[in-house]
Design a protein around this ligand. Structure first.
Ligand SMILES: CC(C)(COP(=O)(O)OP(=O)(O)OC[C@H]1O[C@@H](n2cnc3c(N)ncnc32)[C@H](O)[C@@H]1OP(=O)(O)O)[C@@H](O)C(=O)NCCC(=O)NCCS
Length: 165
C-alpha cells in the first residue's frame, strides 16, 4: 500500500473543532472553507512568505472559487472560530492542484497541516481525481516534510512552467 493510501486511512475525523492547549493527541477537525473565512485565510497567507500568496488572489476570486471547490479548500478553526490553518486547492476535472497551505506560527508542529492535507486528498479522491500537483519553494523543509509525509514525491524529469497574465 502506498504512503498516500496509508495516510488517507488514518482515523482523524472526530467530534469538534481544534482546542488550543489540548493534549498533543487531541485531534483537529478540518472543515470546508467558507466565504466568511477568506479574510482570515488571506491574513495568514500574507504573513507567511513561503506560502507564495499573490495579491490578485483576492476575496472576490477566492469566493468564486469556493462556489465549486469548498471541499478542496479547507480550514481548521479554534473553538472560538479563529482560523489557524488553511489549504487552498482546485481541480480542472482530471488533475488536481494544491496552491497554498499555511498554519498560524503559534500553532505549527501540532499536525494541523497534515490533517488539512489528508482531508483534501480524500476530497480529491471522492471526486475521482487521482493525480495532484503542487510546488514547494527550494529550501522549504517544513513543506517538503509535510507533502512527502502524505505520499507526494518529486516529479523527476519535469520542470514547472508558469505564466503571469
Ligand atoms: C509548512 C506548514 C504548513 C506545516 O504546518 P504544520 O501544521 O506545522 O505541519 P504539521 O505539524 O502537520 O507537520 C506535518 C509534517 O511536516 C513536516 N514539518 C512540519 N514543520 C516542519 C519543520 N519546521 N521542519 C521540518 N519538518 C517539518 C514534518 O515532516 C511533519 O511531520 P512530523 O511532525 O511527523 O515530523 C507550516 O510550517 C507553514 O505554514 N509554513 C509557512 C507556509 C508554507 O511554507 N506553506 C507551504 C507551501 S507548499
Amino acid at each position: 500500500m502506498s504512503a498516500a493510501a496509508l495516510a488517507l486511512e488514518e482515523p482523524h475525523v472526530l467530534a469538534g473543532p481544534y482546542e488550543p492547549g489540548a493534549p498533543a493527541t487531541a485531534p483537529a477537525v478540518s472543515a470546508p472553507m467558507t466565504a466568511a473565512d477568506i479574510p482570515q485565510v488571506i491574513e495568514l497567507l500574507r504573513a507567511a512568505a513561503q506560502a507564495a500568496y499573490c495579491e490578485w488572489e483576492d476575496e472576490r476570486l477566492l469566493s468564486g472559487h469556493l462556489a465549486h471547490s469548498s471541499d478542496l479548500c479547507r480550514v481548521i478553526r479554534t473553538s472560538s472560530g479563529r482560523v489557524v490553518a488553511a489549504l487552498l486547492a482546485g481541480s480542472f476535472g482530471v488533475r488536481g492542484s494544491i496552491s497554498h497551505a499555511v498554519v498560524d506560527p503559534g500553532h505549527r508542529r501540532l499536525g494541523l497541516a497534515r490533517v488539512l492535507a489528508v482531508d483534501t486528498l480524500a476530497a480529491f479522491r471522492r471526486r475521482g481525481v487521482n493525480r495532484i500537483f503542487l510546488a514547494v519553494l527550494d529550501g522549504n523543509e517544513a513543506a517538503t516534510g509535510l507533502w512527502t509525509g502524505v505520499g507526494f514525491r518529486p516529479a523527476l524529469g519535469e520542470r514547472t512552467f508558469e505564466c503571469d497574465l
